[in-house]
Ligand binder design. Structure first.
Ligand SMILES: [Ca+2]
Length: 402
């Protein structure tokens, strides 16, 4: 492949919404209506006029048309992904991922609603996935708090019309490789929550599982042209990963104790080993507790990119499309929350990945931001072709190439 210097577009930014409470995800209608979630509040819609309709309120949230008191937030968990049905024009279906206390113990659910003709109400709640694991009390496991590693992105495949759901390992060593527990997975389902044809997981696996062996994927996007899904996944003090998925594939994350010296992990979760075992560099850490354990699983899906061996809170990703993006047309944007711990450089940024045709390598460039750096949670290309970026600080920006 002949490659010249990357011609980056000039960028401007506009603040679309501010002072939100942890905006987590956005989904658009063709007319520019933007549905957005706030982790501890609920689901709203910003109309093209700029007016905001508050649609679905979580426990203790005020001012929403519909209350859902079983939906709650805790730690990283709460209301997360949102997706609009590809046939929205005829069925008016919208989907959200949220933590819920409807079952005991609490779980994450994928819910489907019908949006009223005037866009102000939701009706016909149907919980199409009810048992996605949620991390309970902090005392269950020594790392992090309740709600950790909660996954939560929802996206429809552009060619197959199925809904993809990313789920986290919840700091439970058994979950990612489990054939029946649906955390640490990418699920692929239809609008009723039934398994998509062709998921092809190993025999004995839940048929909704598209890929397994994930840690905490919070991003999923589809490459223009091939429509192959790619995940963006947060690593354990090393190695955030972007991975091209294949049906039935294993992401190779298995944080259980094993015979390679990981036998003494707290609560049988080795996902942070050997971080707590003394000084090692990222290469040694990766060899000990790999994001993609090719020694145990030689057939695992290899990442296209591992953030140069660093973990900096990779949170989402989307492929850009359109000539206005110049050399970024067809490239993937990934967002980072910028976590910097134990010597890892903080990286609140957006990167552009030029991923090879085989999906096994990538060249990275970093976006020169037209807005302040923040904890970037979500990137979504809108129907106007611009990139919408949500931050944990509470903004949604529109980033436009000029
Ligand atoms: Ca992996």
């Amino acid at each position: 492949m002949v490659q010249g210097p990357v011609q980056a577009p000039n960028l401007t930014s506009t603040t679309v919404l501010s002072k939100l409470s942890n905006p987590w995800d956005m989904a658009f209608l063709p007319d520019g209506t933007m549905f957005f979630t706030e982790k501890c509040k609920g689901l709203s819609a910003r109309l093209p006029s700029g007016a905001v309709n508050r649609l679905l309120g979580m426990k203790d949230a005020q001012g929403y048309a519909t209350a859902a008191n079983d939906l709650f937030c805790e730690g990283q968990a709460g209301m997360a992904g949102v997706a609009v049905d590809p046939n929205f024009a005829s069925n008016r279906f919208i989907y959200v991922y949220s933590t819920s206390s409807m079952s005991s113990p609490a779980t994450n659910r994928v819910m489907r609603f019908t949006v009223s003709a005037d866009g102000k109400q939701l009706a016909d709640r149907k919980d199409i996935v009810t048992e996605i694991p949620y991390k309970l009390a902090a005392s269950d496991l020594p790392f992090g708090g309740p709600g950790a590693h909660n996954g939560g992105r929802l996206r429809f495949g552009p060619s197959d019309g199925f809904l993809y759901v990313t789920t986290g390992d919840t700091h439970n060593g058994e979950v990612p490789q489990s054939p029946t527990r649906i955390g640490g997975k990418v699920l692929r389902i239809d609008r009723e929550g039934k398994a998509a044809a062709g998921n092809n997981p190993p025999q004995g696996f839940d048929s909704r599982i598209y890929t397994y062996g994930h840690r905490n994927p919070q991003g999923i996007t589809f490459r223009p042209g091939t429509n192959q899904p790619f995940t963006a996944e947060n690593g354990p003090w090393h190695s955030d990963e972007v991975t091209a998925l294949v049906p039935g594939g294993n992401g190779g994350w298995d944080p259980r104790p094993n015979t390679n010296g990981r036998g003494d992990c707290p609560a049988s979760y080795c996902g942070y080993s050997p971080n707590q075992m003394g000084a090692m560099d990222n290469k040694e850490r990766s060899a000990f507790m790999s994001m993609t354990d090719l020694r145990t699983y030689p057939g695992a899906m290899k990442p296209a990119w591992n953030n140069d061996g660093l973990s900096q809170g990779m949170s989402s990703g989307t492929f850009l499309s359109g000539k206005q993006w110049k050399d970024w047309d067809g490239k993937m944007v990934v967002s980072f929350m910028g976590i910097g711990i134990h010597g890892t450089p903080v990286g609140n940024r957006l990167d552009i990945l030029d991923i090879s045709t085989d999906g096994l390598s990538a060249r990275r460039s970093t976006v020169s931001l037209p807005m302040p750096a923040g904890r970037f949670r979500s990137v979504v290309q809108g129907p106007d072709g611009n990139l919408y970026v949500a931050t944990d600080e509470g903004e949604i920006y529109r980033m436009a190439p000029t």
